[in-house]
Design a protein. Structure first.
Length: 348
């Protein structure tokens, strides 16, 4: 019996595979991959043990919302053209009649996804852990140095005002989907709006660049970058700030992830990785560590908005099965919002 999963109409999707992704040997098995709380990701395996990955919007998807997997597939193709380590897109289904929502299929790329501290058992040596951290910075700076024209975004090279637009976007997303009031989010947004620094350059920004959105090979280098749903052209320091927020250190009181993989011994510190980024971007983006403080505060706020939206969707039953309760996300959003507010008040 072929295996399926919530969010997959097995028969129609299997028929689509047979027509658009070849070779395929039935039956197909679909298994939800843990991790992302936005677009849903599934491993697909055929009878010959060939593997693919399928991405679709969350359950309850409505046309025109933020979870645009067709756009994400287009971004992956652009990133491939720009020389980034990304999976190849093998097919896109824009007809919601097939599976209730659009979806795309990409190649399966080998590599470890490090989501929890225990996952670092495969990389026990301090030198390995340092290499992983610095490989992430190398990939991030490669992205931020990428030729916008090669990705088809050359016309946006002079674009500025990214943070202003992001503040508006995430504020609207929070307001439109919220099921409660959370004062720290609103107050932090207002503080950040008063302190936005000038944008120095425009670059491709991933939007959610962090360790658990990357695949790590046996040599401790990044083999693939995943989850390009939020990618656009903007301020590269926003990516760095987000990366640093998710790079938890042992002893951190507030964390962007409940059980962060980086909160283990012998990892590079946030400061070390920030300095490495600044050094590798020199000549393209000349900044100091202090210039990153605003973007860290902004990323705490953005992460609070994201987690609060996850809480709202889960409370309304739009995310399917999960290993966490809606209430745990609600409590996490409160902690993140308080942290964001404290960081925004400390800005000078």
């Amino acid at each position: 019996m072929a295996a399926s999963a919530v969010g997959i109409a097995h028969g129609p999707v299997a028929d689509w595979f047979t027509e658009h992704v070849r070779p395929v040997e039935s039956p197909l098995r679909f298994t939800r991959i843990a991790g992302g709380r936005s677009n849903l990701t599934f491993a697909v395996v055929d009878d010959a043990s060939r593997r693919w990955v399928l991405r679709r919007p969350p359950l309850g998807w409505k046309s025109g919302n933020a979870h645009d997997v067709v756009r994400e597939a287009d971004v992956l193709r652009r990133m491939s053209a720009a020389g980034m380590p990304v999976p190849a897109v093998l097919g896109v289904c824009e007809d919601p009649d097939v599976n209730g929502a659009p979806f795309f299929v990409m190649e399966h790329v080998d590599g470890a996804v490090l989501r929890r501290p225990d996952d670092f058992g495969a990389f026990p040596d301090p030198a390995q852990r340092a290499r992983i951290g610095h490989s992430l910075i190398e990939v991030l700076t490669r992205l931020h140095r990428a030729d916008l024209a090669a990705a088809g975004w050359g016309a946006r090279a002079g674009q500025r005002g990214f943070i202003e637009r992001q503040l508006g976007l995430w504020s609207r997303n929070w307001e439109s989907g919220r099921i409660r009031l959370l004062g720290d989010i609103e107050q932090t947004r207002d503080l950040l709006a008063q302190r936005i620094p000038p944008q120095r350059t425009a670059a491709i920004v991933h939007g959610d660049f962090r360790l658990d959105n990357c695949l790590i090979g046996p040599d401790c280098a990044v083999t693939g970058v995943l989850d390009w749903e939020l990618t656009t052209v903007g301020d590269p320091l926003a990516d760095l700030g987000h990366f640093l927020v998710y790079w938890a250190e042992p002893g951190d009181a507030v964390k962007a992830l409940e059980d962060p993989p980086t909160a283990v011994p012998d990892m590079p510190t946030r400061s070390e990785l920030a300095r490495a980024y600044i050094a590798q971007m020199r000549g393209v983006l000349d900044v100091s560590e202090r210039d990153v403080d605003f973007h860290v505060a902004f990323s705490w706020w953005k992460t609070a908005c994201i987690v609060e939206n996850v809480y709202a969707r889960m409370a309304q039953g739009a995310m399917g099965d999960s290993d966490r309760t809606p209430e745990s996300f609600g409590a996490q959003a409160e902690r993140l919002a308080a942290r964001a507010h404290a960081c925004a008040r400390a800005l000078r």
